[in-house]
Design a protein around this ligand. Structure first.
Ligand SMILES: C[S@@+](CC[C@H](N)C(=O)[O-])C[C@H]1O[C@@H](n2cnc3c(N)ncnc32)[C@H](O)[C@@H]1O
Length: 279
């Protein structure tokens, strides 16, 4: 049998049938009136990175987003970050994500939250963005690099679509100081063959090598760790299995995946970095 492509593996890992229905029925069960829902009602599942919505807001402040900025979110997931940026910072966001189902769910949650004129999602690949060159004021990405093997190509594409003077901003999972194999599964991979973690030095060199100029380079590992530890311990357990959360996406392994992230962070096998760069 032919081996799966990375594209197929990513779609299989993140996509799961009936995701939209699970999210909407959980929202209703928790008292959300869908007609009039706001982006934060879906944050616990749709802000799919360490630090959740708070990290998105921190990052947007670091990047100094301006009213009306045109933003591309690479690896936009269920669109939580894009809707937060549109709602809180009055920017316009186009999201690109490899996972077909995520894009469909992202567009529907955006319609429900009344943000369709501010955020829209297309299926596409970070390695070959379906966008004109020099188009965006901001290239945004949060925890999508881990599934991308050819990172120099991703950064080259980010550089190509950004306007001169524009901002490239990211939060990503990198390899930690300790080196060695990480505990699996984690939220971005069940097996090692779709997790590509580079050291912070290697990423920094690749981003600079694409032509960007550094503004902020920050190890944010400790900033969100304690809160994430609590979140991991509570993920999908008997008490909150009926609440909005990552288990709706990741299924029964969600709790183990998050526990492994905590362990990997604690052992220095992975780290969380935020960066702001200029073209
Ligand atoms: C951990 S999720 C993060 C989603 C979103 N950025 C967030 O923070 O809520 C990683 C996302 O990267 C996407 N992804 C992985 N490889 C990609 C690629 N080559 N091009 C575009 N998206 C990709 C996945 O489909 C997934 O939605």
């Amino acid at each position: 049998m032919a081996s799966q492509s990375l594209d197929e593996m990513v779609n299989e890992h993140y996509g799961s049938k009936g995701l939209l229905d699970r999210i909407l029925s959980t929202a209703r069960d928790n008292g959300v009136v869908l007609d009039g829902a706001c982006s934060d009602d879906f944050s616990p599942v749709a802000e799919f990175h360490i630090g959740g919505r708070a990290a998105t807001i921190d990052l947007a402040k670091m990047a100094q987003l301006s009213l009306g900025d045109k933003v591309i979110d690479i690896g936009s997931g269920l669109g939580g970050p894009a809707r937060t940026l549109a709602e809180q910072f009055a920017v316009e966001v186009e999201g690109i994500d490899l996972t077909h189902e995520f894009c469909a769910v992202a567009n529907e949650l955006t319609r429900i939250t009344g943000l369709t004129d501010k955020a829209i999602f297309f299926q596409g690949d970070a390695l070959s963005l379906p966008s004109d060159s020099n188009k965006y004021d901001v290239v945004w990405t949060q925890q999508s690099c881990m599934n991308i093997e050819n990172k120099p190509q991703m950064f080259a594409e980010a550089y190509r679509v950004l306007k001169s003077g524009g901002t490239f901003v990211f939060q990503e999972v990198f390899a930690g100081d300790q080196g060695g194999s990480i505990a699996l599964p984690v939220p971005w991979a069940r097996e090692a063959d779709m997790s590509f973690l580079w050291t912070s030095d290697a990423i920094r060199n690749a981003v600079l090598g694409a032509g960007f100029m550094e503004v902020i380079w920050k190890n944010a590992t400790n900033q969100y760790l304690e809160e994430y530890r609590i979140l991991a311990a509570n993920t999908g357990n008997a008490e909150n299995a009926s609440k909005m959360g990552a288990h709706l996406m990741l299924g029964s392994e969600a709790r183990l995946m998050r526990k492994n992230v905590v362990d990997n962070l604690g052992q220095g096998l992975i780290s969380i970095y935020q960066g702001v760069f200029k073209k």
